[in-house]
Design a protein around this ligand. Structure first.
Ligand code: 6PG
Length: 242
Protein backbone atom coordinates (compact mmCIF):
# COMPACT_ATOMS: atom_id res chain seq x y z
CA UNK A 1 0.00 0.00 0.00
CA UNK A 2 1.44 3.35 -1.08
CA UNK A 3 0.26 6.69 0.30
CA UNK A 4 0.70 9.89 -1.65
CA UNK A 5 -0.34 12.94 0.36
CA UNK A 6 -0.84 16.30 -1.33
CA UNK A 7 -1.62 19.74 0.05
CA UNK A 8 -4.56 20.27 -2.30
CA UNK A 9 -6.97 18.45 -4.61
CA UNK A 10 -5.49 20.29 -7.58
CA UNK A 11 -1.95 19.13 -6.78
CA UNK A 12 -3.25 15.60 -6.22
CA UNK A 13 -5.03 15.65 -9.57
CA UNK A 14 -1.96 16.97 -11.40
CA UNK A 15 0.31 14.32 -9.88
CA UNK A 16 -2.16 11.53 -10.58
CA UNK A 17 -2.62 12.72 -14.16
CA UNK A 18 1.14 12.47 -14.66
CA UNK A 19 1.15 8.92 -13.21
CA UNK A 20 -1.74 8.00 -15.52
CA UNK A 21 0.00 9.40 -18.61
CA UNK A 22 3.19 7.45 -17.83
CA UNK A 23 1.20 4.24 -17.33
CA UNK A 24 -0.78 4.58 -20.57
CA UNK A 25 2.10 5.75 -22.76
CA UNK A 26 4.33 3.00 -21.44
CA UNK A 27 2.22 0.10 -22.69
CA UNK A 28 0.21 -1.00 -25.71
CA UNK A 29 -3.21 -0.92 -24.05
CA UNK A 30 -4.61 0.12 -20.70
CA UNK A 31 -7.94 -1.21 -19.46
CA UNK A 32 -9.37 1.22 -16.91
CA UNK A 33 -12.44 1.11 -14.68
CA UNK A 34 -13.56 4.61 -13.68
CA UNK A 35 -15.44 5.60 -10.54
CA UNK A 36 -17.75 8.48 -9.80
CA UNK A 37 -17.16 11.03 -7.09
CA UNK A 38 -15.84 14.55 -6.77
CA UNK A 39 -12.12 13.74 -6.60
CA UNK A 40 -12.12 11.57 -9.73
CA UNK A 41 -14.00 14.43 -11.38
CA UNK A 42 -11.11 16.83 -10.75
CA UNK A 43 -8.64 14.28 -12.10
CA UNK A 44 -10.68 14.01 -15.31
CA UNK A 45 -10.63 17.79 -15.70
CA UNK A 46 -6.83 17.96 -15.31
CA UNK A 47 -6.34 15.11 -17.80
CA UNK A 48 -8.55 16.91 -20.33
CA UNK A 49 -6.81 20.24 -19.72
CA UNK A 50 -3.17 19.15 -19.69
CA UNK A 51 -2.95 15.81 -21.54
CA UNK A 52 -5.18 16.19 -24.57
CA UNK A 53 -2.21 15.72 -26.91
CA UNK A 54 0.35 13.95 -24.70
CA UNK A 55 -1.44 10.68 -23.99
CA UNK A 56 -2.01 7.97 -26.62
CA UNK A 57 -5.74 8.02 -25.92
CA UNK A 58 -6.44 5.28 -28.49
CA UNK A 59 -4.54 2.91 -26.17
CA UNK A 60 -7.02 3.46 -23.29
CA UNK A 61 -10.18 1.36 -22.91
CA UNK A 62 -12.68 2.97 -20.56
CA UNK A 63 -15.03 0.92 -18.39
CA UNK A 64 -16.82 1.84 -15.17
CA UNK A 65 -16.49 0.25 -11.74
CA UNK A 66 -19.96 1.41 -10.83
CA UNK A 67 -22.88 3.39 -12.18
CA UNK A 68 -26.13 4.77 -10.89
CA UNK A 69 -29.25 3.25 -12.48
CA UNK A 70 -30.17 6.47 -14.28
CA UNK A 71 -30.09 7.50 -17.97
CA UNK A 72 -26.69 8.50 -19.43
CA UNK A 73 -27.69 12.18 -19.61
CA UNK A 74 -28.78 12.30 -15.97
CA UNK A 75 -26.77 14.65 -13.71
CA UNK A 76 -26.17 11.70 -11.34
CA UNK A 77 -24.65 9.50 -14.04
CA UNK A 78 -20.97 8.62 -13.52
CA UNK A 79 -20.75 8.19 -17.30
CA UNK A 80 -22.11 11.71 -17.88
CA UNK A 81 -19.57 13.10 -15.42
CA UNK A 82 -16.66 11.38 -17.18
CA UNK A 83 -18.04 12.22 -20.64
CA UNK A 84 -18.42 15.91 -19.79
CA UNK A 85 -15.15 16.35 -17.85
CA UNK A 86 -12.90 14.16 -20.01
CA UNK A 87 -14.18 11.89 -22.78
CA UNK A 88 -15.68 14.66 -24.92
CA UNK A 89 -12.41 16.62 -24.66
CA UNK A 90 -9.76 14.06 -25.63
CA UNK A 91 -9.38 11.98 -28.81
CA UNK A 92 -10.39 8.61 -27.36
CA UNK A 93 -12.17 6.50 -30.00
CA UNK A 94 -15.83 5.82 -29.24
CA UNK A 95 -15.13 2.11 -29.75
CA UNK A 96 -12.90 2.28 -26.63
CA UNK A 97 -15.71 3.44 -24.33
CA UNK A 98 -17.89 0.81 -22.63
CA UNK A 99 -20.48 2.48 -20.43
CA UNK A 100 -22.84 0.75 -18.03
CA UNK A 101 -26.40 1.20 -19.37
CA UNK A 102 -27.92 2.77 -16.27
CA UNK A 103 -31.22 3.21 -18.08
CA UNK A 104 -31.74 -0.54 -18.50
CA UNK A 105 -33.26 -3.07 -16.11
CA UNK A 106 -30.63 -3.35 -13.34
CA UNK A 107 -30.41 -7.14 -12.95
CA UNK A 108 -30.28 -7.57 -16.74
CA UNK A 109 -27.65 -4.84 -17.15
CA UNK A 110 -25.52 -6.33 -14.35
CA UNK A 111 -25.44 -9.54 -16.40
CA UNK A 112 -24.86 -7.73 -19.69
CA UNK A 113 -22.05 -5.59 -18.32
CA UNK A 114 -20.39 -8.58 -16.70
CA UNK A 115 -20.37 -10.20 -20.16
CA UNK A 116 -18.93 -7.01 -21.67
CA UNK A 117 -16.12 -6.98 -19.10
CA UNK A 118 -15.46 -10.70 -19.47
CA UNK A 119 -15.26 -10.46 -23.28
CA UNK A 120 -12.96 -7.43 -23.41
CA UNK A 121 -10.73 -7.45 -20.33
CA UNK A 122 -7.76 -9.83 -20.30
CA UNK A 123 -8.21 -12.65 -17.78
CA UNK A 124 -5.85 -13.55 -14.94
CA UNK A 125 -6.67 -16.50 -12.67
CA UNK A 126 -9.87 -16.81 -14.72
CA UNK A 127 -11.04 -13.34 -13.65
CA UNK A 128 -11.00 -10.02 -15.56
CA UNK A 129 -7.77 -8.17 -14.78
CA UNK A 130 -8.03 -4.41 -15.19
CA UNK A 131 -4.78 -2.52 -15.53
CA UNK A 132 -6.12 0.26 -13.33
CA UNK A 133 -9.24 0.67 -11.21
CA UNK A 134 -10.15 4.15 -9.91
CA UNK A 135 -11.91 4.06 -6.54
CA UNK A 136 -13.38 6.75 -4.36
CA UNK A 137 -14.35 6.23 -0.74
CA UNK A 138 -17.65 7.39 0.67
CA UNK A 139 -17.88 9.02 4.10
CA UNK A 140 -19.52 5.74 5.21
CA UNK A 141 -16.60 3.62 3.99
CA UNK A 142 -18.25 2.40 0.80
CA UNK A 143 -16.27 2.02 -2.37
CA UNK A 144 -17.42 1.52 -5.93
CA UNK A 145 -21.10 1.05 -5.08
CA UNK A 146 -20.65 -1.56 -2.39
CA UNK A 147 -22.07 -0.12 0.82
CA UNK A 148 -21.46 -1.26 4.41
CA UNK A 149 -25.10 -2.41 4.57
CA UNK A 150 -24.44 -4.85 1.69
CA UNK A 151 -21.00 -6.27 2.51
CA UNK A 152 -22.07 -9.61 1.02
CA UNK A 153 -21.84 -8.08 -2.46
CA UNK A 154 -18.07 -7.84 -2.02
CA UNK A 155 -17.66 -11.61 -2.04
CA UNK A 156 -20.13 -12.28 -4.84
CA UNK A 157 -19.01 -14.80 -7.47
CA UNK A 158 -20.48 -12.51 -10.12
CA UNK A 159 -18.42 -9.85 -11.91
CA UNK A 160 -21.18 -7.28 -11.40
CA UNK A 161 -24.01 -6.94 -8.89
CA UNK A 162 -26.98 -4.68 -8.35
CA UNK A 163 -26.51 -2.56 -5.21
CA UNK A 164 -28.79 -0.14 -3.43
CA UNK A 165 -27.85 3.18 -1.85
CA UNK A 166 -28.76 2.80 1.88
CA UNK A 167 -30.29 6.27 2.19
CA UNK A 168 -31.84 7.05 -1.17
CA UNK A 169 -32.66 3.49 -2.25
CA UNK A 170 -31.17 4.33 -5.64
CA UNK A 171 -30.11 1.19 -7.47
CA UNK A 172 -26.54 0.93 -8.75
CA UNK A 173 -24.51 -1.51 -10.84
CA UNK A 174 -21.14 -2.30 -9.30
CA UNK A 175 -18.17 -4.52 -9.95
CA UNK A 176 -17.47 -6.86 -7.06
CA UNK A 177 -14.54 -7.39 -4.71
CA UNK A 178 -13.05 -10.29 -6.65
CA UNK A 179 -12.68 -8.09 -9.73
CA UNK A 180 -11.34 -5.13 -7.75
CA UNK A 181 -8.75 -7.32 -6.02
CA UNK A 182 -7.73 -8.92 -9.32
CA UNK A 183 -6.60 -5.60 -10.81
CA UNK A 184 -2.95 -4.86 -11.52
CA UNK A 185 -3.28 -1.46 -9.86
CA UNK A 186 -6.00 0.10 -7.70
CA UNK A 187 -5.94 3.82 -7.03
CA UNK A 188 -8.01 5.43 -4.28
CA UNK A 189 -8.74 9.11 -4.87
CA UNK A 190 -9.83 10.54 -1.51
CA UNK A 191 -9.91 14.16 -0.40
CA UNK A 192 -11.55 16.35 2.21
CA UNK A 193 -11.98 16.56 5.97
CA UNK A 194 -15.20 14.53 5.81
CA UNK A 195 -13.18 11.41 4.97
CA UNK A 196 -10.62 11.81 7.79
CA UNK A 197 -12.32 9.81 10.55
CA UNK A 198 -13.38 6.95 8.29
CA UNK A 199 -9.96 6.77 6.67
CA UNK A 200 -8.37 6.58 10.11
CA UNK A 201 -10.74 3.77 11.12
CA UNK A 202 -10.11 1.88 7.90
CA UNK A 203 -6.34 2.09 8.20
CA UNK A 204 -5.93 1.79 11.94
CA UNK A 205 -8.75 -0.37 13.32
CA UNK A 206 -8.32 -4.14 13.06
CA UNK A 207 -12.02 -4.86 12.57
CA UNK A 208 -12.51 -2.33 9.76
CA UNK A 209 -12.57 -5.09 7.09
CA UNK A 210 -15.66 -6.48 8.86
CA UNK A 211 -17.40 -3.13 8.57
CA UNK A 212 -16.27 -1.20 5.50
CA UNK A 213 -15.95 -2.31 1.86
CA UNK A 214 -13.10 0.18 1.32
CA UNK A 215 -11.10 -1.75 3.95
CA UNK A 216 -11.38 -4.92 1.86
CA UNK A 217 -9.46 -3.50 -1.10
CA UNK A 218 -6.19 -5.42 -1.31
CA UNK A 219 -5.34 -6.67 -4.80
CA UNK A 220 -3.16 -9.77 -4.94
CA UNK A 221 -0.78 -7.59 -7.00
CA UNK A 222 -0.29 -5.62 -3.79
CA UNK A 223 -0.50 -2.43 -5.81
CA UNK A 224 -2.91 -0.08 -4.01
CA UNK A 225 -2.02 3.57 -4.25
CA UNK A 226 -3.87 6.11 -2.08
CA UNK A 227 -3.89 9.58 -3.59
CA UNK A 228 -5.09 11.72 -0.70
CA UNK A 229 -4.95 15.31 0.46
CA UNK A 230 -3.83 16.48 3.89
CA UNK A 231 -7.40 17.02 5.05
CA UNK A 232 -8.34 13.41 4.35
CA UNK A 233 -5.39 12.08 6.38
CA UNK A 234 -5.68 14.61 9.20
CA UNK A 235 -7.26 11.90 11.33
CA UNK A 236 -4.02 9.94 11.02
CA UNK A 237 -1.53 12.78 11.32
CA UNK A 238 -3.19 13.99 14.58
CA UNK A 239 -2.55 10.65 16.20
CA UNK A 240 0.54 9.26 14.55
CA UNK A 241 2.63 9.74 11.46
CA UNK A 242 1.55 7.96 8.33
C1 6PG B 1 -20.29 6.80 -6.88
C2 6PG B 1 -18.84 6.51 -6.68
C3 6PG B 1 -18.56 6.41 -5.21
C4 6PG B 1 -17.68 7.59 -4.89
C5 6PG B 1 -17.60 7.83 -3.42
C6 6PG B 1 -16.73 9.03 -3.10
O1 6PG B 1 -20.88 6.33 -7.85
O2 6PG B 1 -20.79 7.57 -6.04
O3 6PG B 1 -18.31 5.56 -7.43
O4 6PG B 1 -17.96 5.22 -4.80
O5 6PG B 1 -16.37 7.34 -5.40
O6 6PG B 1 -18.93 8.06 -2.97
O7 6PG B 1 -17.29 10.17 -3.67
P1 6PG B 1 -16.64 11.61 -3.33
O8 6PG B 1 -15.21 11.54 -3.78
O9 6PG B 1 -17.46 12.56 -4.13
O10 6PG B 1 -16.79 11.78 -1.86
Amino acid sequence: MVFKVYKSREELAEQFAHFFSELVNGQESTYVALSGGSTPGIVFEVLARDYQKSIYWDRVYFFWGDERCVPPDDEQSNYKMARTALLDKVPVPERNIFRIRGEDQPEEEARQYADTIASHIPLQQDLPCFDLIFLGMGDDGHTASIFPQQMELWDSDAICEVAEHPETGQQRITITGRVINNAKKVVFLVTGKAKAEKLREILREDDSPDRYPAALVGPSSGDVIWYVDREAVSGLLDRESL
